[in-house]
Design a protein around this ligand. Sequence first.
Ligand SMILES: [Zn+2]
Length: 137
Amino acid sequence: MTDAQLIDRLIEQAAQAPDWRSSCARPGHLPLFNYWGPVMYLTSAGDVIRDDEEGGQLRLADPDERNFGLARAADLYPELAHLRPRRPQAAVTCDLCRGQGRVVVSRGKTSPWPDGYELRSFLYCSGCNSLGWTLTD
Ligand SMILES: [Zn+2]
């Protein structure tokens, strides 16, 4: 099965999902992330796109957004795990989340996601687009 066929099949499944994805269903678009309004999608051609206004124009994600979107695709859809951006040799572990890709914010202070705190709410790390690493230039 090609990625395009796989993504098409996942799009059909997502449209029936018992969570936020079915309410964001859009033909030919696999929901990846919901920003409380704007939604990020993966097309069967492999493009990451988002709609900045509900029901508005779609636009191609920028490179940072694309990395974030592909990481969400890998998390949400195990069949798409191979799409997760690979850590290059030159990458350094993100300082903000210490490689976790997630942070917790408590009393205005951001700290890395602690292991074993599954019940606490988290934010995806904005320092590394949730990848846990960054490239310095
Ligand atoms: Zn980070």
